[in-house]
Design a protein around this ligand. Structure first.
Ligand code: LLP
Length: 499
């Protein structure tokens, strides 16, 4: 269960929001940084996984480089404090403007994905009278044993340069007056859980390709093996920090390399997935013909992974857990007085408490709501600081919020403040008793807007707060304003003193 020592403060917040457990985050980043140093394997954080300013600048401060896949990511990496020389720029479709801007910024290296791209970089650099470092992104034809949408290293994928173009690539490099060849880059896929076998194979294949290039007169100074380390979506509390040790040690053992060759990786998901949760409230409970739906206030526009990949995210009913926990004494009394009328909480039975009855209770409840953008916790204003464009130190620093604020409409929770009270819940003690099956869905007008089908959860009701776990990576960055919905702000455990 997501840890809070003051769940009451969570209940005061307007939902949905991205919650970041900063202890988990710092622990993860520090471990990756220390292993990087111990093994002498460099690490570029893949910004695409999460661009919350506070997370990104912390990662930059710990000595990571940046792996970018767009011109805006490159600029953002510079603004966030990454050394320009530590920025690598991959991506199959870099526009002329993106290349030109990156040349002006003097980034560390272009990871070139096609021969034509290399020619364009050559021409643009020559026209500016500057030099450009390039590495070749290679398609090694390796199956990463992951979802086919995040597999990138097979010949059928659009990424990287294939074997039949190696000679031509060398010709372009040798013929160029401004391109400096640095090395080879690989990235075979994401959410790799078959760590030992997949990365061993990648190391083996990479070494063969490096040797081939060296045999053809190219000095391969750097070998970048990309990202991809998977996280435990099933049990985030058991494995909050991914097995970086395993990843680094496999590379250390399995990659044949000369001492002067630098080796690096590009972790994205593994750095930020487990510290993040999407916090959302039950708007309505609805009995369908065959199932019971929990209709949440967060939708596929907030987190698209389940709809896009059929991705699994653990779902927890925080209200059922914390409220039951904190009011167990109170509940004992209620149990004594109401046991006859409510009866026992049968597993998987449909909710027997009338929803209209619940609603009435909620409307009568005291409570106040907190909105993103209002002064919070430390009393400092949130949002932009006066000195620059970077958000200030408040609890809702997401840059996305800025756009969303203008269009923010009155939220249900501003009109109907709710606070869950133990007495409102029928006879359930913690999550052990009274589990039921729910389809947890979002409000968006798409049938794929589903967080989980047939999820076993404690009896859940309007106003309950749920956590959708392991959403720190590829969550907020992939959000959209589909249906003109607001973008969810970020809340950090540090500011809320929630831990
Ligand atoms: N390097 C390159 C060149 C990449 O394309 C990626 C991710 C990474 C590094 C970082 O990979 P990671 O360590 O995060 O696995 N939206 C998908 C994931 C797409 C990953 C794209 N490339 C998802 O939600 O699962």
């Amino acid at each position: 269960m997501l840890k809070f020592n003051d769940f009451g403060r969570v209940e005061e917040l307007a939902t949905p929001f991205w919650y970041y457990d900063m202890d988990v985050f710092r622990k993860t980043v520090k471990l990756a940084a220390s292993l990087s140093e111990r093994y002498g394997i460099g690490a570029h954080y893949a910004l695409k996984a999460n661009v919350e300013p506070r997370l990104v600048s912390y990662i930059a401060s710990k000595g990571f480089g940046a792996d970018c896949v767009s011109g805006n990511e490159v600029k953002y990496a510079v603004e966030s404090g990454f050394a320009r020389s530590s920025i690598v720029f991959a991506g199959v479709g870099k526009s002329d403007k993106e290349i030109s801007d990156a040349l002006d910024l003097g980034i560390g290296c272009f990871n070139v994905e096609s021969l034509m791209e290399m020619q364009v970089i050559d021409a643009l650099a020559a026209s500016k009278g500057v030099r450009a470092n390039v590495s070749l992104r290679i398609n090694p034809n390796i199956d990463a044993h992951t979802h086919r949408y995040v597999t990138t290293g097979l010949y059928e994928n659009k990424f990287g340069i294939s074997r039949h173009e190696f000679e031509a690539a060398i010709d372009i490099l040798k013929g160029s007056k401004v391109l400096d060849f640095k090395g080879l880059h690989f990235h075979i896929g994401s959410q790799i859980t078959d760590v030992e076998s997949v990365y061993s194979l990648e190391c083996e294949r990479a070494a063969e390709i490096v040797e081939w290039f060296e045999a053809h007169g190219m000095d391969v100074g750097s070998i970048d093996l990309g990202g991809g380390l998977g996280v435990d979506y099933d049990e985030p509390d058991e494995n909050p920090v991914p097995d970086f040790e395993k990843w680094f040690s496999i590379i250390d053992r399995k990659l044949r390399r000369r001492p002067e060759q630098s080796v690096s990786i590009e972790p994205g998901r593994s750095m930020v997935a487990q510290c993040g949760s999407l916090i959302t409230r039950v708007l309505f409970v609805k009995s369908g013909e065959t199932k019971t739906f929990l209709i949440m206030d967060a939708g596929m526009n907030d987190l698209i992974r389940p709809a896009l990949y059929g991705a699994y995210h653990k779902i927890e009913n925080l209200s059922a857990y914390y409220v039951s926990k904190s009011s167990s004494d109170e509940m004992k009394n209620i149990e004594a007085t109401t046991s006859e009328s409510v009866g026992s909480s049968a597993k998987f039975s449909s909710a027997e408490t009338s929803e209209s009855e619940d609603l009435t209770r909620h409307h009568q409840m005291p409570g106040r709501s907190w909105r993103a953008g209002e002064p919070c916790g430390d009393g400092k204003p949130v949002g932009k600081s006066s000195s620059d464009d970077r958000p200030g130190p408040g609890i809702c620093e997401s840059k996305y919020v800025e756009d969303a604020k203008a269009a923010r409409s009155v939220r249900v929770w501003d009109r109907v403040p709710m606070k869950n009270m133990g007495r409102d819940r029928p006879l359930e003690k913690g999550v052990q008793g009274g589990l039921r099956l729910y389809d947890v869905v979002g409000p968006v007008c798409e049938s794929s807007d589903v967080w989980g089908e047939g999820r076993e959860l404690p009896y859940s009701k309007r106003g309950d707060i749920l956590a959708i776990r392991s959403t720190g990576a590829y969550g907020s960055v992939m959000s959209s304003r589909y249906n003109l919905r607001d973008l969810a702000p970020a809340v950090f455990s540090d500011d809320m003193k929630l831990k």
